[in-house]
Design a binder for this molecule. Sequence first.
Ligand SMILES: Cc1cc2nc3c(=O)[nH]c(=O)nc-3n(C[C@H](O)[C@H](O)[C@H](O)COP(=O)(O)OP(=O)(O)OC[C@H]3O[C@@H](n4cnc5c(N)ncnc54)[C@H](O)[C@@H]3O)c2cc1C
Length: 424
Amino acid sequence: MGQAITLDGVLRSGPPEVLLDLSDEQRALQQLAHEFAVREIRPVAAHYDETEEPPWDVLWKAAEVGLSCAELPEKYGGGGITSLVTSCLIGEELSWGDPAITSFISSSPFFADPVVELGTPEQAARWVPQMCGLRPKLGATASTEPDAGSDASAMRTAAVRDGSGYVINGQKTWISLAGVAELYLVFATTAPGTRSKGITAFVVERGDPGFRIGRRLGKLGQRCNPTGELFFEDCRLPADRRIGEEGAGFAGLMRLFDRSRVALAASEVGMGRAALEYAVWYAGQRSTWGSPIHNYQAVSFRLVDVKMKLDQARLMTYHAARLADAGRPFTTESAMAKLAASEAAWYSAWACCQTLGGYGYSREYPAERFLRDAKLEELWEGTSDIMRLVIARALFPRERSETAPPGERGISAPVPSASHIFST
Ligand SMILES: Cc1cc2nc3c(=O)[nH]c(=O)nc-3n(C[C@H](O)[C@H](O)[C@H](O)COP(=O)(O)OP(=O)(O)OC[C@H]3O[C@@H](n4cnc5c(N)ncnc54)[C@H](O)[C@@H]3O)c2cc1C
């Protein structure tokens, strides 16, 4: 080929026929998200990856069409979408455009959902509307610490009662939107030494005394969505910043993950689809020995495997979302969807790179970006190992416990079980 190809103008296929019984409204939202990805995300994806600048203009365009706060309650100015299936349809299309820009423009539920669920109506009315409108504020969710990632209940950031309020001391790391968010949902322990039992959620606002943004962390992929450190040094908060009861934060965090992992799986299917489409297109353009490379089974069968893995992951994702919409338990299905979809996205990106041969390694083609972006999916919101631990809990239900490690419930277990692996 020898000439740089961008995604813009190459791939214009519509969204796939995922489910046969979508409502007209769901189809319209899926189409809206797809067109937004074609027009507003794809043309700038390489630029934001290269510059690592936060894509503010894309966020504001998403806000204009209601995509940045689509899932927030209508009474606070959001789009009022409550169906996880609908969220997944939108997220898959946006991430087909670019996953890093998508996580920047669609982050609002990570902050807002726990505030609405655990907080008082007054607290929700205070913060959630700020994430709507034409210039929405961003909200971050901070659980991970230098010594508490997969094992979130080992967090040491402490909130100590002081008169009617709290004083927070500690550190968070790997926090998406650190430095660009105005609002931070911070998880801290109000009962050190009790692991998950003491974990409590607080809203910290940028500018609160004693709250400081640390370094921005350099990353392999998804680079325009900033990630960084947070520091709390005698950070004093009034009591009305506590979201929910003391000790209620951990269960809220786990419920957030159940939903967000399904949404993430949809996003992974979308990014995997983009890589597959690009590889299929390329395999039809590139010839060796006088024949398009898709005529070689080594090439076409590899892409067949990608298609199967992605379609399997999509079915698992929408199955988990439908269980959620039906009010049925879906923790295991959520973990399975995230595991399958993240691995499918990674495989698809790898196969795309492989299909392009040496051009797959070139920064003038999108395949290397697909690969860098896809790697993150096997790591955040619970690594693939942690997803397997969650799924193992369904296979071995005797080691059950939603919120407390075996030791805390007086049960001894010979090996660490999924029940006390708390991932973010
Ligand atoms: C780009 C990015 C953005 C992020 N954004 C956020 C955010 O917004 N908010 C937030 O709170 N966090 C965020 N995170 C943190 C992320 O969720 C954690 O990095 C992740 O949960 C893993 O934690 P860790 O890095 O401490 O790895 P560790 O927990 O130290 O794990 C290291 C390795 O050991 C494995 N492992 C650990 N324990 C077990 C076990 N019991 N069994 C089997 N294997 C195990 C893991 O799978 C992994 O391979 C982000 C991370 C990244 C990279």
